[in-house]
Design a protein around this ligand. Structure first.
Ligand code: E4P
Ligand code: PEP
Ligand code: MN
Length: 390
């Protein structure tokens, strides 16, 4: 097993921090490996069963939370807000669409960010998420610090404690499997299933659009796991690539083992998605098809805020549903960046946030999130699209 893990992680790995001291990374990793996993194999197996239901068209997957969780923002109020918003959305979906809803938070570990460029607008090394460096705009803060991986683990544990005290226990955790030193250190072997390690960092992990190259370390790592896994697929994805993801990540044909997270952009989804869905259908495998209507619709406002318009988000979801309904496959879920906080990061919605209004409460350190009202609006639209169709 050790050899297979080393072989996977020896492949080219995009988006890893330029750690200044590799020896310190080794000692932090060795320490992390002595800590108990954050999730248990039993919980992960339960999620596997739930996602099998989604893949068969019998349930809906609702996933959401911050783009980048932060250590400072890891408070009971913030976590409660995210979970309460997901809970209200799930209730709308279950009531109006008539399907059981499986809820997964971008929670308790969504701390590592892939970036478009290594340097930011000020000429500083880019912020890569709290588990790597600090967002403050000075050179010292941006130096990657491996001790932050221990902070990440402690924060994730604290979030799990908050979830247990006072929230419904049926919210699973997830994050992008980006930071391989962290993920590797938290692998666990279950004596009942010794052939496949479990990621101990979260119930569900996904591979991002920037790290999904088929010969890369991230794909090979995901292929080893017993956890259900996702892959984000952008508009440049080719049918032969999705066929390879299905083959590599779901070799045994386990319904729901693989979630394909389509993030095409509202103007592309109707053209780009159909050949991919058809190619997957031809494999006979039952994947979960999930729509991320956020990452293909990011733009810059006139005064430089990264933002997204609710109309584009709604339009991409509509296109995603239309494609699946036309091809007879199940539009299985949505993947959203949202918060229960009353932020002003995305444009539009019933309260009509304007480009000027973005200055009011823009708090995200990475991508713009739906606030609670906007998230509810999306939930109602998704429910209306699902109604009577599944
Ligand atoms: O979710 C994250 C962002 O889309 C990704 O990190 C890229 O962001 P950037 O273009 O600001 O680097
Ligand atoms: C970086 C993200 O997405 P993508 O890989 O789709 O760009 C994200 O989910 O925050
Ligand atoms: Mn994001």
């Amino acid at each position: 097993m050790r050899d297979r893990i080393s072989e996977a992680l020896g492949r080219p790995a995009a988006q890893q921090p330029p750690w200044p001291d590799p020896e310190q990374v080794r000692s932090v990793s060795a320490f992390l490996a002595t800590l108990p996993p954050l999730v248990t194999p039993d919980q992960v197996r339960r999620l596997r069963g739930d996602l099998a239901q989604v893949a068969r068209g019998e349930a809906f997957l609702l996933q959401g939370g911050d783009c980048a969780e932060t250590f400072a923002g890891n408070t009971p109020e913030h976590v409660r807000g995210t979970v309460a918003t997901l809970g209200r959305m799930a209730a709308v979906l279950a009531d109006e669409a008539g399907l059981p809803v499986i809820t997964v938070g971008r929670l308790a570990g969504q701390y590592a960010k892939p970036r478009s460029r290594p340097v930011d607008g000020l000429g500083l090394p880019v912020y890569r998420g709290d588990i790597v460096n600090a967002a403050a705009p000075d050179a010292g803060s941006r130096v990657p610090d491996p001790v932050r991986m221990i902070e990440g683990y402690r924060n994730a544990r604290a979030t799990l404690g908050m979830l247990r005290s006072g929230h419904p226990a049926d919210v699973y955790t997830s994050h992008e499997a980006l930071l391989l030193d962290y993920e590797r250190a938290l692998l666990v072997t279950d004596p009942d299933e010794p052939g496949r390690p479990y990621a101990g960092s979260a119930h569900f992990l996904w591979i991002g659009e920037r790290t999904r190259r088929p010969d890369g370390a991230h794909l090979a790592f995901a292929a080893l796991l017993a956890n259900p896994v996702g892959v984000k697929i952008g508009p440049g994805t080719r049918p032969d690539q999705v066929a390879e993801y299905v083959e590599r990540l779901d070799p045994d044909g386990e319904p729901g083992r693989l979630t394909l997270i389509s993030r095409m952009g509202s103007t592309r989804v109707r053209d780009v998605l159909p050949p991919l869905v058809e190619r997957v259908a031809a494999t006979g495998r039952q994947v979960v098809w999930q729509c991320d209507p956020m990452h293909g619709n990011t733009r810059e406002s006139a005064i430089g805020y990264k933002t997204r318009h609710l109309d584009d988000i709604a339009d991409e979801i509509e296109g995603f549903f239309a494609v699946h309904h036309a091809l007879g496959s199940h539009p299985g879920g949505v993947h959203l960046e949202l918060t229960g906080d009353d932020v002003t990061e995305c444009l539009g919605g019933t309260r009509g946030i304007t480009a000027h209004g973005l200055t009011g409460r823009y708090e995200s350190l990475c991508d713009p999130r739906l606030n609670a009202d906007q998230a509810m609006e999306v939930a109602h639209r998704v429910a209306a699209l699902s109604k009577g169709r599944t």
